[in-house]
Design a binder for this molecule. Structure first.
Ligand SMILES: Nc1nc2c(ncn2[C@@H]2O[C@H](COP(=O)(O)OP(=O)(O)OP(=O)(O)O)[C@@H](O)[C@H]2O)c(=O)[nH]1
Ligand SMILES: [Mg+2]
Length: 489
């Protein structure tokens, strides 16, 4: 039997949800913007800065509706979904702007509605209508997206994929204990809870080790193993892939049968509800990535990010995966892939970061047949924590960035106190992205030296009247124009 994705009732429910969304959209036009990225990619900071800039008349010269003065009123409104936690904008912006600390990690889904009143750009409709658009911003972990392909995989396929990846590259070393344990159990013998738990814990420890700071490998499914939330300890989260899963049915009561059942439970209690209630209702999507961090860690991290991005993008155009595509009532028609934290570089390197990001997703975009249509790549900084300057050293003029490193950050032997400003020579990204990737000839990739220091959020500039200006950013307006510009035309 082919792995069935969702039952008929799921289909019907998605159709109904979409119908409901559309009906309310007729009264009050709205758009659902998904904001995703792997943990710490910069989702919370992105949404906070975007909303702050819209609410406070930020500098957004490339966002045409604002630049041309057509947006007359912006406000936060109650979100339409009562069951989704609200994105706590006020708390996050308080941390960023008042305390100058980065907001806390969020780790779950949240939503915020911002509504814009605007005048249409075309003379004809301007005479008759004032437009209103509500933007429902949905922040959700990229790890949840990586789970979607599981819907089309049975336990045997999932096991084979996971085990073979675990045996390759540096993962081999990190997965050794889990794989040794998995090889040692007799999965066809009667299963018991303790065996399941030991395996599952060893598997989770391996997933965690991949994500550790020194490795910075991208996450693997099942995403909820690293952020279990209220499902922690439940059977749906207490399983593990197994090596050499045979084709025939698992013996009744065996460890394998137990694992298989729990894997299916994970799909039905975790993955399907996310797909149905959240993912299938999105109109637009931004995927944030921390490409600099991966570049800093070297070849394997970059390679791994490329693979994870491929998996993420495939969710948006599940063309060949007819199971997924048949269920998508509506289509995400614009996807923006944005490398964040560009303020760690001098502006000369911003375009280079953009080119590297484009190279990272190039293969995936072509594979899913999205080239040229509805997808764009940018390098941005949601919050610009640095400013640029030059220093002269030995007769050479060097571009530097100036900011306040966070307390405890170090450069060489210098330890920062979180108060003192400093100038950092950030290093250059390569002019051609190709040098970061292994060529067809197998040539060794080369990695640049980037001085990566974490800075505190900036102190906001004030007007002469003492009014605080909005959060500074890099190219946030360009991102807005791509994601929303046409809906405010
Ligand atoms: N300099 C700079 N740092 C940023 C920027 N955006 C994010 N960061 C840094 O990245 C960290 C993570 O950002 P968040 O917005 O919390 O990331 P997230 O994706 O919401 O993370 P989770 O909630 O843990 O999934 C922040 O604490 C900052 O240190 C930016 O635009 N500039
Ligand atoms: Mg967050």
């Amino acid at each position: 039997m082919p792995p069935s994705l969702t039952s008929l009732t799921d289909d019907a429910r998605i159709a109904l949800d979409n119908l409901g969304d559309r009906a309310s959209s007729l009264v009050n036009p709205s758009i659902r913007l998904g904001v995703t990225g792997l943990s710490r990619a910069g989702k919370t900071v992105f949404i906070s800065s975007l909303v702050h800039n819209l609410l406070n008349g930020g500098r957004l010269p490339l966002f045409e509706p604002v630049r041309s003065g057509r947006v007359s009123r912006v406000r936060l409104e109650p979100q339409p979904d009562d069951a989704i936690p609200r994105f706590q904008y006020e708390d996050h912006i308080q941390a960023l702007v008042r305390e100058r600390v980065w907001p806390d990690s969020t780790r779950a889904i949240s939503e915020l509605r911002i509504t814009l009143d605007y005048q249409s750009a075309s003379g004809w409709s301007r005479m008759f209508s004032r437009g209103r658009l509500s933007i429902d911003i949905v922040d959700y972990p990229g790890e949840w997206l990586l789970d979607l392909p599981l819907l089309a995989q049975d336990y045997r396929t999932f096991s084979a994929n996971t085990v073979s990846l675990a045996r390759s590259g540096v993962r081999a070393e990190l997965s050794r204990e889990w794989l040794a344990l998995a090889e040692s159990v007799d999965a066809e013998a009667t299963g018991d809870e303790m065996a399941a738990r030991r395996l599952s814990e060893a598997f989770a420890a391996y997933l965690k080790a991949c994500k550790s700071d020194e490795r910075s490998l991208s996450t693997l499914p099942p995403g909820r193993f690293l952020m279990p939330g209220d499902l922690d300890g439940s059977p749906a989260l207490t399983f593990s892939p197994l090596p050499h899963v045979p084709e025939e049915r698992a013996p009744k009561g065996s460890l394998r049968a137990m694992m298989e059942r729990r894997y299916e439970a994970y799909k039905s209690v975790v993955v399907k509800p996310f797909f149905r209630e959240h993912f299938a209702r999105l109109d637009r999507q931004i995927v944030l990535i921390d490409a600099l961090q991966a570049i800093n860690r070297g070849e394997e991290a970059v390679h791994d990010l490329e693979r994870a991005l491929g998996d993420v993008l495939a969710c948006f155009r599940p063309g060949t995966n007819s199971l997924l595509s048949s269920l998508l009532g509506r289509r995400i028609d614009k996807v923006l892939v944005a490398a964040t934290k560009a303020d760690h570089l001098h502006h000369e390197s911003h375009d280079r970061l953009e080119r590297i990001t484009a190279r990272l997703v190039d293969r995936a975009i072509r594979r899913i047949g999205m080239a040229g249509a509805g997808i764009e790549v940018m390098a941005i900084a949601s919050v610009r924590a640095t400013r640029e300057a030059t220093v002269t050293e030995g007769g050479h003029v060097l571009p530097v960035i100036v900011g306040t490193p966070m307390a405890g950050e170090t450069i060489g032997s210098e330890v920062f106190d979180g108060l003192r400003k400093t100038a950092v020579f950030p290093g250059d990204l390569p002019a051609s992205p190709d040098v970061l990737f292994r060529g067809a000839d197998g040539g060794q990739p080369e990695f640049p030296e980037i001085n990566f220091v974490r800075f505190r959020p900036p102190a906001l500039e004030e007007t002469s009247g003492g009014l605080k200006l909005s959060v500074p950013h890099i190219r946030l307006d360009r991102a807005l124009q791509f994601l929303l510009g046409d809906r405010l035309a």
